[in-house]
Design a protein around this ligand. Structure first.
Ligand code: HEC
Length: 132
């Protein structure tokens, strides 16, 4: 009987834990995005062009324009643009698979680099582009 109550109690406890987990996920999205950036992107895109091929290439691409070469300093990147480059790659930048950067991690990364709040995955999937 005691064992049965323990099992029942642990089953009842599960929803409580997962709700707390979701709240914690949202609170840590910015740092999750920064974490993904530091791991996968910073080696090529950190400030200081000489040692970072992404920063060097973008400094060349935007020479004379008022666009910073380091991704973290940009304010013109939208989540869609970031996701497109990450999933497709460009030039020497590789594409990143979902096994490397999951959709949830990409959401957090795109929110971090675009300085926009992350949309919940459900919202992101249902979102439609405005008519052109
Ligand atoms: C192996 C180095 C490398 C890695 C790793 C890398 N990139 Fe890049 N990335 C580049 C290069 C080089 C370019 C510029 C290509 C060109 O000349 O247009 C670039 C371009 C971009 C652009 C286009 C910017 C623009 O204005 O044209 C975005 C956005 C971008 N990278 C995001 C990322 C993100 C986010 C990550 C991490 C998930 C990442 N990159 C990882 C090398 C890299």
């Amino acid at each position: 009987m005691n064992r049965l109550m323990l099992i029942a109690a642990s089953i009842l406890a599960v929803p409580t834990f997962s709700v707390q987990g979701q709240a914690a996920d949202k609170a840590s999205t910015a740092s999750a995005g920064k974490h993904v950036y530091d791991h996968w992107c910073a080696p090529c895109h950190a400030a200081g062009g000489a040692h970072h091929p992404g920063t060097g290439a973008l400094a060349f691409k935007y020479k004379g324009e008022n666009i910073p070469a380091a991704l973290e300093q940009r304010t013109d990147l939208t989540p869609d643009v970031i996701k497109t480059f990450v999933r497709n790659g460009v030039s020497v930048m590789p594409m990143f698979r979902k096994t490397e950067i999951s959709d949830a991690q990409l959401d957090a990364l795109a929110a971090y680099l675009s300085h926009q709040p992350v949309k919940s995955p459900a919202t992101t999937r249902k979102a439609k582009r405005p008519p052109a």
